[in-house]
Design a protein around this ligand. Structure first.
Ligand code: THU
Length: 140
């Protein structure tokens, strides 16, 4: 297990709280939490629609939550998921672009873990930098 600090544990716990509110119709529950420039943590869950493409991922909702409170930069993000397949416990490409749009640097940590019934399974935690997961974001 990768050693994580108190900041990461706190983010993961907030992400799993958010996961408890996920609106899931056909997929699985996801929760995210961002540490914003104001030093506060903002959560978000995925929201699905019967019309595919209308729903939104947990990460982008967490970022919107931070923006709503006046933040334009994020310092770290955690994502937890009830996905059965390990490869799905990470931000999707669209969310990686979004994280990159608002990240204070390409070095910010992305903390990922599996959750069950909104409880973080700490033995599954993985930590990567944004740059590692998304080395070439789109930018004008
Ligand atoms: N999902 C997220 O919330 N974040 C991601 O990065 C990837 C996928 C959601 C979308 C959909 O509601 C469910 O997880 C996958 O079926």
């Amino acid at each position: 297990m990768i050693k994580i600090g108190e900041a990461e544990r706190e983010l993961l716990k907030e992400a799993s709280k958010a996961l408890g509110n996920a609106h899931v119709l056909w997929g699985f529950s996801v929760g995210a939490a961002v540490l914003a420039e104001d030093g506060k943590i903002y959560g978000g869950c995925n929201v699905e629609s019967w019309v595919s493409g209308l729903g939104i991922c947990a990460e982008r909702n967490a970022i919107h939550h931070a923006i709503l409170h006046g933040n334009k930069r994020i310092k770290e993000i955690a994502v937890v998921s009830e996905a059965k397949n390990k490869s799905e416990i990470k931000p999707c490409g669209a969310c990686l672009q979004y994280i990159s749009d608002f990240a204070e640097s390409p070095e910010i940590k992305i903390v990922m873990a599996k959750a069950e019934k909104a409880r973080v399974l700490f033995e599954t935690v993985k930590v990567k930098t944004l740059k590692e997961l998304f080395p070439e974001p789109f930018k004008k």
